[in-house]
Structures are given as structure tokens and as C-alpha cells.
Design a binder for this molecule. Structure first.
Ligand code: KIV
Ligand code: ZN
Length: 513
């Protein structure tokens, strides 16, 4: 049996792709879900890239107990020092350093000769090893590198003390056959390879990231780097849920490879990540799309009724999708709510539980039945809710809208114990409400990057999740709002985004003093 480690890079490679930036609370929420799902390694960020990334790696390192936490660095002393500063308090910290090995990258990006790359590999791996044993070295653009040169770099990194060697398909160029033989041949060529874990990290430019990662496993890789929902640069990285479920479903092909992952957490992890970035899964997305387990045609339904295995190679339950039967409603008490949370695998602290129960009771007044999807959304929102003393909260709002005049809105917000009211005029009720909010909160000038509403469950009274992302300078700030009323959801999302923008401005001001 082969144990394959799952290295999740949603918070680093995933987060660095356009439209996927996350704030600290959101990163912590995702890290929490990843730990619960039992990934082996969480790559929490690239600390030298920004103070926000540093802070996130430090916070994830301080919170996570049951996974290795990796911190990314280029092969430069300063990067490595800062990566270590950020991750050093993790229970099991890893420094992950990378250096390009392909002729194109060496000549045009690094402007380094092959010998310089070898010397740098040796020096930087040794530098990282001064801090920690758990050092991973990645040969960026490995799949377009000269094979003999790649092997020299790998051997140098191994001799200098790297414990994990990663061979990334950085630009999604390789094919499965190539990936399998690359791994097998590099491993065969490396002295001391039995002491090293080889890893794959595949991008999806030609739609082969999952196939390539699995082929890497067949070639001898024992770690797969991947992201929830396949988020990542350009066309994304290999999707965690697909690589894991492929190995789970076809142990005959993947040499009985197993992971320690709790696959029943996959659906929740996917929803959490989509919710954070304000998207939903494409309907036909493998494993996590809404249609992934639906059987529409008569022939398929007939087969499924006779024996599920006719058209089902894995069960929805295996990835944590349960028949959305139930459920709870107005008459369900705290006990029933707590029991359902427990069945769904939540383990909330008393304060979180109180917040979620209050939100559940409010929702029962607006919606007849509360589904599992509603409960999951309530928990996710209560975890990322603004509860800082400097954050504005919605007290009440009203809107007046017609199809022949401008809309008007009055909004009342609370800051601590103080209340503020303002009125706004706009092209619709949401524009009018946002205008009123601006008058109260007076945010720095910004533009809208995203405004979207996603349905959580189905039916007329479904909960809607509004997502607002605003941009100020080079920074994006997002907010989410959950409500059965899309105007209220939008207002909550906008207030939250502006709270984040104001918190950032305050932090900047503090740093300048
Ligand atoms: O795609 C890539 O090569 C990377 C490295 C930093 C591992 O993301
Ligand atoms: Zn990458």
C-alpha cells in the first residue's frame, strides 16, 4: 500500500490567481476546513510577497495542530528568513523553496547560468536547513527542463538536505506519459532517493493537471500538490477532490494508493472555498458540481433504481453529500439543531454555537424548512462575521423603489453603541442603499470588482449569499452577506467589504506612526 500525502496549496497558488484573493479570516476558515479534512500539508502563503501573506502564514501556523504548515520562499536568503519567521511557530513547520531549472526561465527570468543555479540550490537548501529539517525544494518548470540538468539540481538539493523534491509542471505542458516517466527516471537517477519524498505539482493549462498528477503517482511520487476546486494560476492547479477520489475509486490502477483524507469533508471544503471567492461550482464539475450525482435520463434512472452501481462509481455520501431531506424548522429546538450540526461533522465552541443558533432561529422566521446546505452556510458565515469593535453592523434599512423614478433608501448602522442614519438615492434599491452606507462609513475611494448573488439551496425562499469585492489601489476587500432577502444580503456584504477596507486603512495609518 502506498501512502500519498496531500499538499494543499489553495491558500497560496489558489489565492494568488485573479479574483481569488482572501482576507485573513477567510484564510483561517479555509485552513480550519483543510485540517478537519485531514490534508497532510497546508501551504499557507508566500510571506515575502506582502505583509498580508506574512500575517496569514503566521496565523495559520499558530492555529493548525494536525497538519504540516508550509511557507513558500524563492531561493534567496531573505525570502527564506522571512518564510521561517512566519511559519516557525507551527507544530510541524516546512520551508518550501523553489528555483527554476528550465533553459527559458534560467535565461530570461533568473538570468543565471546552469552552474549558478546548482550553486544557489546548494546554498539555499543549506540555509533553509539551518532553521528546520523539513525542507522542500521545487524545480520550477521541471517539465521543460533538460533532463540531465534537472537530475543534477535534484541531486544537489538532496545532498544539501532537502527532504521533499517537487517536480512541478508549472505551465501545464506535460502529458501523463511524460509525467510518469519523468518521476520514475528522476527517482532512479537520484542517489539516496529512498530517503526522499518526491512530489508533483501540476497546472491545468491543457486540462491534464489531474491526469498528470495521478501519472506522477504511478511514476513514484508520494506527494500531490493540489487545490480545492482546482483553483490556481491561469487554468488552475490539479483539483484536490478529483485526484483524491480517483485514487479512492481506482486503487487497482493506482497501486492501492491511499491518503489519510476524510473524503466526507470534500463537499464542505469545496463549498467553503467557493463561498469565499464568491463563486459556485459549474453544474457538471466532477465530484462537487450539483449534477455530479444526478441521473436525469430514463435509462439511467431505471438502472440506478435496479442497482446504484450501474451508473454510480462513487457515492455522494463518500464526499459528504447527503440527500437534502430534512429537516429542521421553526419548531426545532436547540437540541435538534446541535444534533444536526454534530451529524454534519461540526464541532463548534460554545460561543460559535450560540451565534449559529441565533442565526438559525432568525432564519426559521423567514424560511419554512432549513436544509443542510442552509446550516453549512450559517456556520461558514458566523465564522467569518465581522465582530471587531471597529466594525459597523447593520441595524435596519428601508428601500423604496419604482420602475419610473430613482430608488431611495435609508440605512441605520451601529458602531459600538452609537447609531447612525443616512439616506441615499440610486439607480436601484441596492445602489441607493450602498450610497447611504457610504455616507455613514465614508470609505476611501474604491471601485467594484465583483457583485454576485449565489443561491444556497433551492426554492423560492432560498437563502442567497451576496458577495461584494471592492478595490482600492492595489488591494481588494471582500464581504459576504447571507439572507433570504437579496437586498439585505447585498447590504451586509457591502458593509463587511467596507469594514475590511477601513481596517486596512487604519493598519496602514498605525504603521506610518
Ligand atoms: O507552479 C509552480 O511551479 C509553483 C512552484 C512555486 C512550486 O507554484
Ligand atoms: Zn504552481
Amino acid at each position: 500500500m502506498n501512502c500519498i500525502k496531500i499538499f494543499d496549496t489553495t491558500l497560496r497558488d489558489g489565492e494568488q490567481s485573479p479574483g481569488c484573493s482572501m482576507n485573513l479570516k477567510e484564510k483561517l476558515e479555509i485552513a480550519h476546513v483543510l485540517e478537519k479534512m485531514r490534508v497532510d500539508i497546508i501551504e499557507a502563503g508566500f510571506p515575502i510577497s506582502s505583509p498580508g501573506d506574512f500575517e496569514a502564514v503566521e496565523a495559520v501556523a499558530g492555529m493548525i495542530r494536525d497538519c504540516t504548515v508550509a511557507s513558500l520562499a524563492r531561493a534567496r536568503e531573505k525570502d527564506i528568513d522571512i518564510a521561517w519567521q512566519a511559519v516557525k511557530n507551527a507544530r510541524d513547520p516546512r520551508i518550501h523553496l523553489f528555483l527554476a531549472t528550465s533553459p527559458l526561465h534560467m535565461q530570461y527570468k533568473l538570468r543565471m547560468t546552469g552552474d549558478e543555479v546548482i550553486a544557489c540550490t546548494d546554498h539555499m537548501v543549506r540555509h533553509a536547513r539551518k532553521y528546520v529539517d523539513n525542507v522542500e525544494f521545487s524545480c520550477e518548470d521541471a517539465t521543460r527542463s533538460d533532463f540531465d540538468f534537472l537530475c543534477r539540481v535534484v541531486q544537489t538539493a538532496v545532498r544539501a538536505g532537502a527532504r521533499v523534491i517537487n517536480l512541478p509542471d508549472t505551465v501545464g505542458y506535460a502529458t501523463p506519459d511524460e509525467m510518469r516517466s519523468l518521476l520514475a527516471e528522476v527517482i532512479a537517477r537520484t542517489e539516496g532517493s529512498h530517503r526522499i519524498e518526491f512530489s508533483v505539482h501540476c497546472h491545468n493549462d491543457l486540462g491534464m493537471a489531474v491526469a498528470n498528477s495521478l501519472a506522477g503517482v504511478q511514476g513514484g511520487a508520494r506527494q500531490i500538490e493540489c487545490t480545492i476546486n482546482g483553483l490556481g494560476e491561469r487554468a488552475g492547479n490539479a483539483s484536490l477532490e478529483e485526484v483524491v477520489m480517483a485514487m479512492h475509486t481506482r486503487p487497482d490502477v493506482y497501486g492501492g494508493s491511499i491518503t489519510r483524507l476524510d473524503t466526507t469533508q470534500i463537499s464542505r471544503a469545496s463549498k467553503t472555498v467557493y463561498s469565499v471567492i464568491g463563486q459556485t461550482a459549474p453544474l457538471n464539475k466532477p465530484i462537487v458540481g450539483r449534477n455530479a450525482f444526478l441521473h436525469e435520463s430514463g435509462i439511467h434512472q431505471h438502472g440506478i433504481l435496479a442497482n446504484k452501481r450501474t451508473y454510480e462509481i462513487l457515492t455522494p455520501e463518500a464526499v459528504g453529500i447527503h440527500q437534502d431531506t430534512l429537516v429542521l424548522g421553526k419548531h426545532s429546538g436547540r437540541h435538534a439543531f446541535e444534533k444536526r450540526l454534530e451529524e454534519l461533522g461540526y464541532d463548534l465552541d460554545p460561543e460559535e454555537l450560540n451565534r449559529c443558533f441565533d442565526a438559525f432561529k432568525d432564519l426559521c422566521d423567514k424560511k419554512k424548512t432549513i436544509s443542510d446546505a442552509d446550516i453549512e452556510a450559517l456556520v461558514t458565515h458566523s465564522r467569518v462575521k465581522d465582530i471587531d469593535e471597529n466594525d459597523y453592523q447593520l441595524e435596519w434599512y428601508s428601500v423604496h423603489t419604482t420602475n419610473h423614478t430613482k430608488a431611495t433608501s435609508t440605512v441605520c448602522l451601529k458602531l459600538g453603541t452609537e447609531k447612525f442614519e443616512a439616506a441615499g438615492l440610486g439607480d436601484g434599491p441596492i445602489d441607493a442603499a450602498f450610497c447611504a452606507i457610504d455616507q455613514i462609513m465614508k470609505p476611501a475611494e474604491h471601485s467594484f470588482e465583483l457583485y454576485r448573488i449565489n443561491e444556497i439551496s433551492q426554492g423560492q425562499d432560498t437563502l442567497g449569499e451576496a458577495h461584494v469585492k471592492i478595490t482600492c489601489g492595489n488591494h481588494s476587500f471582500s464581504g459576504r452577506g447571507l439572507s433570504t432577502d437579496i437586498i439585505e444580503g447585498s447590504i451586509l456584504a457591502y458593509i463587511s467589504a467596507v469594514n475590511h477596507l477601513k481596517a486596512y486603512v487604519r493598519r496602514q495609518a498605525d504603521q506610518n506612526h
